[in-house]
Design a protein around this ligand. Structure first.
Ligand code: SIN
Length: 320
């Protein structure tokens, strides 16, 4: 019987603590354990909930090594027949990156629900407890109501991993799903879904073996007024194998940056175009243009390109 939910902690503001309940910015992220976060949920039916701490970091410091360890732990728990779904507590700052990474690597049939908070646990009106409660509610639905795949729930809204974007630096309702719109809302413990949840298979854990230190170096560069090409040349000299340009508008690139990117391409670096815009995709493929990242934002496109380069390196026998 699938009746267990594993809550895996990685840190973030949701586990943050400040010395004053009025302090919403001067706190230590990841100060509290997952067990402490669960204890602070009034009315939670704790039966079947397992708590595990992977790390306690500020997600601005997220690393590929933590991602790899996280994917391995999530996959190991999901394989257990009694586990209905998982919750991952995380910082908001790189939530969309971790969500996309897990989505593309694992593509799980059970729900993997990421959640976070904009206010520390010590705040007068912390948002973490409701978000965590909601995440557990969804994880418990594994196999029911279409709940599956890697999603995030914040402020009562469920976002698919690929569409998730942090759009506000401070407000509690900081996330949206761009043009795609949210997957669902959770209202009084009930899901109101707007469309099917993610069901694409992942590329598989084998694709990210053996060691995160050996993953292809892929960097993001931005196109802007007065941009200097030296950043591109420097990254190529430092071993970049892929570059994602956060382009202006529809993925357009300053002429000075374009020349450096052409040099990079000639040296074997894969270059993709994305957009700095919060909404919309890079549309169309003008002759000779670098490949477009579609609707992926620069940070998710960076992950996609890194995974593609990893798969290419491993050859057709590896992966899924
Ligand atoms: C973090 O991303 O770990 C800190 C900021 C937050 O969670 O809102």
């Amino acid at each position: 019987m699938q009746n267990k939910v594993v809550v895996l902690g990685t840190g973030g503001t949701i586990a943050g603590s400040a010395t004053s309940a009025q302090d919403g910015v001067g706190y230590v992220a990841g100060a509290l354990s997952v067990a402490e976060l669960l204890q602070a949920l009034p009315g939670l039916d704790a039966a079947g909930i397992e708590a595990e701490s992977l790390c306690r970091i500020d997600s601005k410091d997220m690393s590929h090594a933590v991602w790899r360890a996280l994917a391995q732990r999530v996959a190991a728990h999901l394989e257990r027949p009694e586990v209905a779904g998982m919750v991952v507590t995380h910082g908001t700052d790189t939530l969309e990156e971790t969500a996309y990474f897990l989505h593309r690597v694992l593509g799980p049939a059970k729900p993997v629900v990421l959640t976070a908070a904009m206010r520390p646990a010590s705040a007068l009106s912390a948002d973490g407890p409701q978000n965590l409660f909601d995440a557990i509610t969804i994880a418990r639905m594994g196999g029911v109501n279409g709940a599956r795949g890697v999603v995030a729930v914040l402020a009562g809204t469920v976002h698919g991993a690929a569409a998730l974007r942090k759009q506000n630096s401070y407000r509690v309702d900081a996330f949206d799903s761009g043009d795609a719109g949210p997957l669902a809302r959770l209202e009084e413990g009930r899901l109101r879904s707007f469309r099917p949840w993610p069901d694409e298979p992942g590329i598989g854990l084998a694709s990210i073996e053996p060691d995160a230190a050996g993953w292809p170096a892929v960097d993001v560069v931005a196109s802007h007024a007065g941009v200097r090409a030296a950043a591109v040349d420097g990254l190529v000299a430092a071993g970049a194998q892929g570059l994602v340009v956060a382009g202006t508008g529809n993925g357009t690139i300053h002429v000075a940056l374009e020349a450096a990117l052409r040099r990079a391409e000639a040296a074997g670096v894969t270059v993709w175009r994305s957009t700095r815009c919060a909404y919309g995709a890079v549309v169309g493929a003008p002759d000779g243009a670098f490949s477009a990242a579609g609707s992926l934002g620069p940070w998710q496109a960076r992950i996609e390109l890194m995974l593609r380069l990893l798969q290419k390196r491993a050859g057709p026998a590896r992966g899924a």
